[in-house]
Design a protein around this ligand. Structure first.
Ligand code: FES
Length: 189
């Protein structure tokens, strides 16, 4: 009985002698399998992570140009006119279309200029005062000339100009937001 068992033990030992033991091979395969699973998992998670972070990593908004009107409508412009434009904003996955009020006026060289109606002081909408021939903010009394330059009041700068271009006889404007309460125009979106 004892001899037989000894014989069996010797036989088993002889069959695993040339390479790794069965246990070592099992451990090696387990490590290999584990590494494979981690690699596949990592590869699969990359697009999922990018998908989840897209709204955070994407630039908040990229505003396109909006049509304001035909150039001919502004050829005899003598004072600022208020126009409403539609702007498309992309915020992560959300796309929103909103309306903004802009003024079309002339600079001191007589060229067309677009101004945002948002007061650079604290953001109130600035109306044009036809009788006084000036912009007068109702909130804290900032006064601006017809071309948007600062005249008086708490605002540290004039009304903000917007980028304009002409395409197919249409005046286009790129709406943007600017930092308030600072002396220099600074785009924030
Ligand atoms: S918001 Fe226009 S003067 Fe203050």
């Amino acid at each position: 009985m004892f001899e037989g068992a000894e014989h069996s033990e010797n036989t088993t030992h002889k069959s695993s002698a040339p390479g790794l033991s069965l246990e070592s091979r099992r451990s090696f395969l387990a490590v290999l399998l584990g590494l494979g699973s981690v690699s596949v998992g990592t590869l699969l998670s990359v697009p999922l992570v990018r998908f989840a972070l897209f709204p955070l990593l994407r630039r908040t908004t990229d505003l396109k140009e909006s049509p304001v009107g035909a150039l001919t409508e502004f050829s005899s412009l003598t004072e600022p006119v208020l126009r409403t434009i539609q702007i498309e904003q992309v915020d992560g996955w959300r796309k929103a279309v909103s309306e903004k009020a802009v003024y079309v006026t002339r600079d001191n060289q007589g060229r067309l200029r677009a101004l945002t109606s948002i007061c650079p002081h604290l953001g109130c909408t600035v109306p044009w005062n036809k009788e006084k021939n000036q912009f007068a903010c109702p909130c804290h009394g900032a006064i601006f000339a017809a071309d948007g330059t600062r005249v008086s009041g708490p605002s540290l700068r004039g009304m903000d100009t917007l980028e304009t271009s002409v395409r197919d006889g249409q005046l286009l404007v790129r709406f943007q937001y600017f930092r308030q309460l600072v002396a220099d125009k600074e785009i924030i979106g």
